[in-house]
Design a protein around this ligand. Structure first.
Ligand SMILES: [Zn+2]
Length: 300
């Protein structure tokens, strides 16, 4: 089934202001300036939301998610990892189908389109991503992906049955503006689904500032069950499913992170290239520190 490739128009005016609010809290507006949880990380004294004290504008964010993010900086090789990533996404889809029978789906942060490719079996699936290279790749593979800042895209309201954000919400300068817009896109009764780290989890509390998901400036927001519920509720979304989900991970990617990420030397690279072929398999892990949340837009 072929679909038009530019269903979304990019707005040319720059009236959408997504400048970060930090050190003010996006949930309750409290100033968290002096409430440092870890170096560079604040915790709102009023509602408990944890966020980076970072002032990253959308240009800087765009620069962070260039090609090198998917090939070396953060992921070893995103495209090589496709089978493992899709294994996880298929599991998410099985759960989603209990809450949505079909219709229109929109993915915010679709990257190379690995989710859209699976989702189009059940929904009319479109997406957007800040990385133009990732979107071109998705379009070359027949998927409907628009590159650009979601906050600035012209989208239809009250049209969508599902809006998905996989491991995306923590990267945003203003998650509140995204969720507000996502909620407007949904039909009443439609669902929003998201995965993100849980800073209230046992693992996060045990590891403290060394928790593997604490890395500003790519991760700016750190939710727990209470704060994500509060964010959704603010925009008329009610949680209908909550779980800590496991992931299949490429063992090559794990070895890469341990050996090379942030401390590559020519010797380590040689060792890695030598042992890499031994690790072409996946491992299922659940550390109970990633939340998978589905929320439904309340009937009007
Ligand atoms: Zn707050």
């Amino acid at each position: 089934m072929s679909e038009p490739l530019s269903a979304l128009k990019t707005r040319t005016d720059h009236t959408v202001d997504i400048a970060p609010l930090a050190p003010r809290c996006i949930l309750c507006g409290t100033d968290a300036s002096n409430k440092t949880l870890y170096p560079g990380i604040l915790k709102c004294p009023s509602c408990g939301l944890v966020f980076a004290d970072a002032h990253v504008d959308s240009e800087t964010l765009r620069a962070l998610y260039q090609q090198s993010y998917f090939f070396g900086d953060e992921y070893l090789n995103y495209v090589e990892d496709k089978p493992f990533l899709q294994k996880n996404l298929s599991a998410r889809i099985q759960t989603l189908r209990k809450f949505s029978a079909g219709g229109m789906l929109f993915e915010i942060g679709c990257a190379y389109g690995f989710f859209l490719e699976l989702a189009r079996n059940y929904w009319k699936a479109v997406g957007c991503d800040i990385s133009p290279q990732a979107c071109s790749y998705a379009r070359e593979h027949g998927l409907n992906a628009t590159s650009g800042e979601f906050a600035a895209l012209e989208v239809q309201e009250n049209q969508y049955d599902v809006v998905a954000l996989w491991d995306t919400i923590e990267h945003l300068a203003r998650p509140d503006l995204y969720i507000e817009k996502a909620s407007r896109m949904l039909k009443s009764g439609g669902i929003i689904c998201a995965t993100t780290g849980d800073i209230g989890s046992l693992m996060a509390r045990m590891r403290g500032q060394r928790w593997r998901l604490i890395h500003p400036p790519t991760h700016l927001y750190y939710f727990d069950r209470n704060t994500i519920e509060r964010l959704f509720a603010k925009y008329g979304l009610e949680i209908v499913h909550f779980e800590h989900c496991g992931y299949s991970r490429s063992v090559q990617q794990i070895v890469y992170s341990l050996l090379l990420l942030n401390h590559e030397t020519p010797f380590r690279r040689k060792v890695y290239d030598l042992v890499k072929p031994l690790f072409g398999f996946s491992l299922y892990m659940n550390l109970f520190d990633i939340m998978f949340v589905i929320a439904r837009k309340k009937q009007e």
